[in-house]
Design a protein around this ligand. Structure first.
Ligand code: ADP
Ligand code: MG
Length: 276
């Protein structure tokens, strides 16, 4: 008899990217940024996109966000075609996009209102906002404005705002790229805890190998552009919760790290120069 229940097909194909390509119209003519991108992400999975600068990571994330339309192929979330941005896909960029004249509370509340304002009472909206700020450990800073808090705290507000929308997918484009190493490590740990607590499905762009291995269930490695595509996909079979100090001497962790480094610095070592 079977004891393990198989993943329902809709959950295994929570996100499906099918043969997607992107061609930009430029002054020098058409520029193929991405070609033949096919990728499925299961519900609750944490997937990282890694590749050299300019290979098309943000372009792929923007396709999923609906900020950009594919020139070919199709993208589906929960079996519905992605045609435009929507509250079911919350995006956090490297530089925060908080409204400077609003408090942290109001920044999060604005998003909560836009998603749930039509169906829920004011007290429920307030509770959602407070819960999201508490989730990222910022309940105490709710009344502060972006200019009054650190860069790490601003990114945490951005994550709180994204999660408060209860998105089907959380999209992160180098969310910790502008932070110092210690703050980055703290936020990575916090993100792992939040994702474990909420079961959120995540697609994260990074060029930090350790960040990718520590956080991901799978690492999608992209070839260099132009016409970049998926080169290899690495399964990161490390048990959770993951502790960064334990990982530092875990053989499986080091193997994954080595595989990504090999891909980036041997197989994809050649990067087109600007002059070419
Ligand atoms: N709107 C655009 N028009 C023309 N070219 C673009 C546009 N957006 C991105 N590109 C080009 O597409 C490639 C991939 O860019 P991007 O996705 O930002 O890379 P990454 O995020 O991996 O650094 C780059 O060569 C970039 O110059
Ligand atoms: Mg980018």
């Amino acid at each position: 008899m079977f004891t393990a229940s198989p993943i329902p097909p809709t959950d295994a194909r929570h996100l499906a990217v099918e043969g997607a390509g992107v061609v930009f119209a430029t002054r020098k003519g058409p520029f193929t940024a991405l070609r033949d991108i096919s990728l499925t992400i299961a519900r609750g999975e944490f997937v990282s996109l890694i590749g050299h600068s300019g290979c098309g990571k943000s372009t792929l994330l923007n396709l999923v966000a609906g900020l950009l339309k594919p020139s070919s192929g199709v993208l589906l979330l929960g079996n519905r075609e992605i045609r435009e941005p929507g509250p079911d896909r919350a995006v956090v960029f490297q530089s925060h996009s908080l409204l400077p004249w609003m408090s942290c509370f109001d920044n999060v509340h604005l998003a909560v209102e836009s998603v749930f304002g039509g169906s829920e009472k004011r007290a429920a909206l307030k509770a959602r906002t407070e819960a999201a700020l508490a989730l990222v450990g910022l309940a105490h800073a709710a009344h502060k404005r972006p200019a009054e808090i650190s860069g790490g705290m601003k990114q945490r507000v951005g994550i709180a705002r994204a999660l408060a929308m209860e998105p089907k997918m959380l999209l992160l484009d180098e969310p910790f790229g502008a932070l110092d190493a210690l703050t980055r490590a703290r936020l990575q740990d916090e993100l792992m805890r939040i994702v474990a607590a909420t079961g959120t499905t995540v697609l994260m762009v990074t060029h930090d190998v350790d960040e990718a291995v520590l956080l991901s269930d799978r690492i999608v490695m992209m070839t260099n552009g132009p016409a970049a595509t998926i080169g290899e996909v690495l399964d990161v079979r490390l048990p959770r919760p993951r502790d960064r100090l334990d990982m530092a001497h875990d053989a499986r962790y080091l193997e994954c790290r080595e595989a990504v480094l090999q891909f980036l610095y041997r197989k994809q070592a050649h990067v087109e120069t600007e002059a070419a």
